[in-house]
Design a protein around this ligand. Structure first.
Ligand SMILES: *[C@@H]1O[C@H](CO)[C@@H](O)[C@H](O)[C@H]1NC(C)=O
Ligand SMILES: *[C@@H]1O[C@H](CO)[C@@H](O)[C@H](O)[C@H]1NC(C)=O
Length: 363
């Protein structure tokens, strides 16, 4: 900024004014150091900017408009990576290098040559495997679940508050573990960071998915719990998290992010986060990750609603995920000055009133 102010005056006044010019620059610098200390503070800079996100299309089948999400199986399609040519930026032929290695080198090249404030990341978004709340919703029906059962901690021998995975759910995560086992030798880049929602079902899913893999020594599986990566907040007890102490004791290998509170301060029994607020929350999570994580391949283990919000926030088409499903999103982020705009406060998105005697309600 100082240089941009300085250059024209040098050109106008000629070389003789270089000394007064340097004097003025010195005064200006001193002024900024004394009065504007906060503008030099990286934390302050980070909080007064955010990112604009776009999805880079043409690399994963899931981002293409003609892919049918109801029939798509990422496990049979190499996570969706499209077989394609890559620009040969080093003037070399990539013989014997796999699609994943070419893609990784392309993403790293994009980050090296991109201008300041622009970065590219591949977000591997995983939905948890089947939990007991999913079983209960199927058992009672979505209507009765939303208007009644979801507000209890459990019933009929099933507990669904901060639900555990079922056996089927663990099997779904194991299938993804098998996929990683098959693809790591084929050059798929291991995630550089593992972000996980604080709910039990996502921590269990990440553990089954990534434990026991032959990961590179410098990229071990070390999950980091992120409060903002959780599912839609409020009303449903399955989306109320356990205490920090419970999480630490049940999963001693996880790291809780800085300032992770002991109690769940976000959940309330009578207000369910509307989708506008959820999209804002997940956008804030992405702003945090894109500002502080230098990795290009990141794993995020989360939930259907939260992942739908991430996809919306990065301009990706909507894509329904089964429990245990994974979708990679190739994202470009450009730093924008100023705070992210907060959406207006909206009324609770539920619970709906129960209709008289709907099926699935107790007599
Ligand atoms: C959930 O799993 C944990 C750890 O395996 C176990 O201690 C707990 O009893 C389970 N909760 C329910 C309700 O089954
Ligand atoms: C944690 O909380 C402290 C005190 O409120 C604050 O100064 C700090 O910036 C917070 N750290 C993060 C990463 O939010």
């Amino acid at each position: 900024m100082l240089l941009r102010i300085g250059r024209p005056s040098l050109r106008i006044c000629g070389i003789n004014s270089a000394i007064p010019f340097l004097f003025i620059v010195t005064i200006l610098v001193l002024f900024f150091i004394m009065h504007g200390a906060t503008t030099l503070d990286p934390e302050a800079t980070a909080s007064s900017s955010h990112f604009k996100y776009t999805t880079v299309k043409g690399y994963f089948l899931q981002s293409e408009d003609n892919t049918d999400s109801s029939k798509f199986d990422f496990k049979k399609q190499n996570f969706g990576l499209i077989e394609r040519e890559y620009e040969d930026h080093h003037g070399q032929r990539h013989e014997g290098i796999s699609q994943w290695q070419r893609f990784e080198s392309y993403v790293r090249h994009l980050n090296e040559k991109s201008e300041d404030g622009v970065r590219f990341k591949v977000l591997l978004l995983g939905r948890h495997g089947q939990g007991w709340h999913n079983v209960a919703e199927t058992k009672y029906g979505t209507e009765a679940w939303d208007c009644y059962w979801s507000m209890l901690d459990g019933a009929d021998g099933i507990t669904w508050s901060d639900a555990n995975l079922t056996g089927i759910g663990k099997g779904q995560a194991q299938d993804v573990n098998d996929l990683w086992k098959a693809l790591l030798p084929k050059g798929i880049p291991a995630p550089e960071t593992y972000y996980v929602s604080p709910l039990t079902r996502t921590i269990e899913t990440a553990d089954v998915t990534f434990k026991g893999l032959r990961l590179p020594d410098h990229k071990p599986y070390k999950p980091i719990i992120k409060e903002l990566l959780r599912e839609a907040i409020g009303v449903h007890t399955c989306d109320r998290r356990s205490t920090a102490t419970y999480i630490r004791e049940s999963f001693p290998h996880v790291e809780l992010e800085e300032n992770f509170s002991e109690e769940d301060r976000l959940w309330s029994a009578d207000y369910r986060e509307p989708s506008s607020a959820r999209k804002y929350r997940l956008s804030k999570l992405l702003d945090d990750v894109f500002a502080h994580d230098n990795g290009a391949f990141l794993s995020l283990t989360s939930h259907s609603g939260a992942i739908a919000s991430v996809l919306e926030a990065v301009g990706h088409r909507s894509f329904d995920l089964e429990t245990g499903g994974v979708i990679p999103a190739f994202v470009k982020a450009e730093r924008v000055h100023g705070e992210r705009e907060r959406p207006p406060h909206e009324p609770s998105e539920g619970p709906p009133a129960c209709k008289l005697n709907p099926a699935g309600l107790p007599d």
